[in-house]
Design a binder for this molecule. Structure first.
Ligand SMILES: *Cc1c(COP(=O)(O)O)cnc(C)c1O
Length: 355
């Protein structure tokens, strides 16, 4: 076998490593922020029927425009949304990639506020878009003055804001989103992967009159559908017109479209788990605070906990007890997904012991 060095691979890719949240087979997996509750039985049954119905037509390409699914997603977002304002793809990561294919690329820049979702930077880099990182404040919020100054100085083509922010947890106030939008001529992408867990207002309400604002969502978190790969966005119809220039034909399989439509039919039953997840999260926070840990405010289904003197050693100690959490290389902090009650018990027992 030859290695990468022998191939004419892009020079800027040579030093890279693949995206890698470890997928280890341990009893308690709290490192990728999935909903710990499986899809409701009614959905699983409906899905079987829907996939069977789609299967008999698999000799044909799927609906390239995913009209039924996008109409369903628009209905889920609210009565004010129409098909033309919604786009869907294989996970919101593909949505983000399509956005940067259309609005980023060589010679262009994308600005984000770190620490934030690692894939924003990675997708920037793999699409040849220059990445500009603006640090968040010490409490992980976005300081508006710092943001406005950076936007004026760098004049980016695309801006990413993650709300609630992964990995720190808190949602971004709509007034901050408004200020950022007003300070850039670029496309502002608000990544709302965790929106259903948040009691704070969504950026969806800011869309009217803001043609450069894009809100991305996913079925991977609250919708308990990470394995199915379905992400989507809401924006002005012109944004979707731009994406249609770069998307691959038939990117969303007929099986995925059928499965996601089934998921939408059972949205109420699925999303009934959100309250339980938030309850589990709050119990984990209370237990950790009582044990003397610091926990960043969270509007999502995960928490950022610290401060660890030796973060890597604490990560390993948890793993030794069969608990997988996320170490982002953020000194002093680990991210832990709000799992099932018994999983929270395991985290609390392990971390109380290490205090
Ligand atoms: C998990 C996550 C996503 C989801 O990606 P999918 O491709 O939809 O599974 C997107 N953005 C953020 C911030 C996330 O944490």
């Amino acid at each position: 076998m030859s290695d990468l060095e022998d191939l004419p691979v892009r020079a800027d890719l040579r030093a890279r490593t693949p995206y890698g949240a470890p997928q280890l087979d341990v009893p308690v997996r709290l490192n990728t922020n999935e909903n710990p509750y499986p899809p409701p039985p009614g959905l699983v049954e409906d899905l079987q029927r829907a996939v069977l119905a789609a299967a008999v037509g698999l000799n044909r390409y799927p609906d390239r425009e995913a009209v039924a699914l996008r109409t369903g997603l628009a209905g889920y977002l609210g009565p004010q949304f129409r098909l033309e304002q919604v786009w869907a793809a294989n996970g919101s990561n593909e949505i983000l990639q399509q956005l940067l294919q259309a609005f980023g690329g060589p010679g262009r820049t994308v600005l984000g506020f770190e620490p934030s979702y690692e894939m924003h930077r990675r997708i920037a880099e793999t699409t040849g878009t220059a990445w500009l990182a603006v640090p968040r404040a010490a409490d992980f919020t976005i300081d508006v003055d710092t943001a406005v100054r950076a936007l004026r100085e760098h004049d980016p083509d695309v801006v990413f804001v993650c709300s609630p922010n992964n990995p720190t947890g808190a949602a971004v106030d709509p007034s901050v989103i408004e200020a950022i939008y007003a300070s850039t001529r670029g496309v502002l992408v608000v990544d709302e992967a965790y929106a259903e867990f948040s009691a704070r207002p969504s950026a969806l309400g800011l869309l009217p009159g803001r043609p450069r604002l894009v809100v991305t969502r996913t079925m991977s978190k609250a919708f308990a559908f990470a394995g199915a790969r379905l992400g989507y966005l809401a924006a002005d119809p012109a944004v979707i017109e731009a994406i249609r220039l770069v998307r691959l034909p038939y990117h969303l399989s007929a099986l995925t479209q059928a499965a996601a439509l089934a998921a939408l039919r059972h949205a109420d039953a699925t999303l009934a788990t959100v309250a339980q997840v938030r309850h589990n999260r709050d119990r984990m926070i209370a237990g950790l605070v009582a044990a003397g840990y610091e926990v960043a405010p969270s509007d999502a289904n995960f928490i950022l906990v610290g401060r660890f003197a030796d973060t890597a050693a604490s990560w390993q100690a948890l793993l030794d007890r069969g608990i997988l959490v996320r170490d982002f290389g953020l000194p002093g902090w680990l991210r832990i997904t709000a799992g099932l009650p018994r999983e929270i018990d395991a985290v609390l027992a392990a971390l109380e012991e290490r205090r």
